[in-house]
Design a protein around this ligand. Sequence first.
Ligand code: ADP
Ligand code: MG
Length: 284
Amino acid sequence: MPNDPVALLCAVEKSYQMDSVSVPVLRGIDLLIQPGRFTVLLGPSGSGKTTLLNLIGCIDRPDQGTINVIGQSVNEMTDNQLSDFRSANIGFIFQSFNLLPVLTAFENVEYPLILSGMPLERRQNRVRRLLDAVGLSDRADNLPGQLSGGQRQRVAIARALARKPKLVIADEPTANLDSATGEAILKLMRRMQERYRISFLFSSHDRNLMSAADDLITLKDGCIQTIVRKPQAELKTSHHAKAKGETAGAAAVNAQPDYQAVSDKDIVLVDAADSMLMPDEKDA
Ligand code: ADP
Ligand code: MG
């Protein structure tokens, strides 16, 4: 169902074992992540952001409490089920890009599609469209070591989108980039989120990113401190204002319709890529 929560957490607790001492990291998290939104998880280093994202991303399990992700109860899945569910439904973008260094940009994006068993021609078409959408068509044959940080992260974005996930989780994806490149990457993700109506969950310790959020969750010492949700009505208004070239509060960071990154000359989003993926992919 399109309006089902992306994630629903009830009384979630997680501790790490340190020299036989149990250190609580998440202390009773109740949280609803809404679908089709750009949710920012903000909190200082050590507040538990990665731990929380790993639970929502089905990489790890809670000690206590229940987690439901895209209608599935994480608690009830076996490890294999969890792993299959994760690959089919969730895309990940990491702070340190996590590209495979021996594979080209093209092959990195193609890799999850090979694992999913997609036939050659179909998957190569999809990879080409994805690289196009992140403005990297001309870098397809480069290894990660031959790309800038911003370019690597754009490959990682394309890879995260490859299997048409319902949710993309980005754990401090701009932390290793200079601020101009980070801003361009943020805009690119926002663009992808809006275009393909994917739910994005994005963590950061940078308060400047607050304004990017539809929903803003702040975390402190393993507890949710505040949740601020922009009303749907305001979302529509701000998208409209944006189309008229105005800025409206939190919508200011959203990409303009004719978006071209100002600060990272490399990022030129191709509008023709609109038909690239969801919802009407034509390469079936
Ligand atoms: P954030 O992503 O907000 O920086 P983390 O979720 O990575 O926070 O970490 C929260 C706390 O849990 C930190 O104090 C960290 O040291 C601790 N921690 C994280 N992962 C582990 C682990 N695998 N083993 C032990 N402690 C951990
Ligand atoms: Mg972290």
